[in-house]
Ligand binder design. Structure first.
Ligand SMILES: C[S@@+](CC[C@H](N)C(=O)[O-])C[C@H]1O[C@@H](n2cnc3c(N)ncnc32)[C@H](O)[C@@H]1O
Length: 300
């Protein structure tokens, strides 16, 4: 394999899906008409990495929490294949490169987000040798069966809505027999809180009768899916996965980010940011008021 892909790419890429390479990204054709993908195209892909520099923004508060959750599922061998499904601009792929893993795959349907990630690493060619970027839909991963020791899908599968299980099945297909799957999915009540804070009471009550969550930026709206803890565990079990741990991301991060957006958290609160981070890290393990469920599972 050439054209800027790492030397090991050929071993993990399946042949069933036609691909081409552009700017160091393996590009697969993506079917039209998916609202989640259309939304992310319209905002030029995820900007979680950029947002993580704004104090008290949700991405800033949550990124260390995800790092902690990922640290808990580190495979023992640095040769393990790590696949980040819906990895966006790569904030949750970077820890794996920092920890020395030699084969990290980021899959996302938005080419520009992957290209931004690649250009951020341009001055670290030794990292690019360990990173394979793939433009693809979670429902059609161009990867060979059972290639991955760890598959993570962090706040991405919920954009599949009714097709959630199609994405989950693909994640399971590429997972090795003893591998781990880590998913982060919106919590039902966390979704209501989001709608109440950023929308209004009427929207929140209407949403309560469904498992939909509506959100978005710059006046653009996107629908995603949420779960209660029991519903998510049942969904995984129905798909032949055994839950090993069920933790989360506290709803406090959502509330804090909202308070920042309305000016109730200001630069005066900067002095407390370390304590806030520590509290959120603790609540990720012990809390029950969740914005997202973070579940680790294995093949049953
Ligand atoms: C909230 S962002 C999370 C990005 C990243 N996982 C993170 O935590 O920083 C949601 C991501 O899901 C991706 N996404 C949306 N629909 C998808 C699909 N059908 N297949 C794979 N990824 C999808 C988006 O492009 C976006 O990068």
């Amino acid at each position: 394999m050439n054209q800027g892909l790492p030397f090991w790419a050929q071993e993990v890429i399946g042949t069933a899906i036609p691909t081409k390479v552009q700017d160091g990204v393996l590009r697969c054709a993506i079917a039209d008409g998916d609202s989640g993908i259309d939304y992310y195209r319209s905002i030029d892909g995820a900007h979680m990495h950029d947002r993580a520099s704004v104090s008290y923004a949700m991405s800033t508060l949550d990124t260390p929490i995800y790092r902690q959750h990922l640290n808990g599922v580190r495979p023992s061998s640095l040769d393990a294949l790590i696949v980040d499904v819906g990895g966006g601009d790569g904030r949750n792929a970077l820890p794996w490169l920092e920890w020395g893993y030699k084969r990290v795959v980021v899959v996302d349907p938005i080419f520009s987000a992957l290209r931004r990630l690649r250009s951020r690493l341009a001055d670290q060619p030794q990292w690019l040798d360990r990173l394979l970027l793939i433009e693809a839909d979670a429902r059609r991963l161009p990867l060979v069966p059972q290639c991955a020791t760890l598959v993570q899908a962090i706040e991405s599968l919920y954009y599949l809505n009714e097709a959630y299980e199609d994405g989950l099945r693909e994640c399971t297909r590429i997972l090795s027999v003893s591998g781990r799957l880590l998913v982060s999915e919106r919590d039902y009540e966390g979704g209501l809180l989001l709608s109440l804070l950023y929308g209004n009471l009427r929207d929140s009550l209407a949403q309560a009768r469904t498992r939909d969550v509506w959100d978005g930026v710059d006046g653009l709206r996107v629908r995603s899916r949420c779960f209660t803890a029991v519903e998510l565990a049942a969904m995984l079990e129905r798909n032949h996965l055994r839950v090993l741990s069920h933790r989360g991301v506290s709803a406090l991060s959502l509330i804090l980010a909202y308070l920042r957006s309305v000016g109730k958290i200001t630069s005066d609160d900067e002095t407390q940011i370390d304590d806030v981070h520590q509290l959120l890290l603790d609540l990720a393990n012990t809390g029950s008021m969740r914005r997202c469920h973070v579940v680790v599972a294995e093949k049953a």
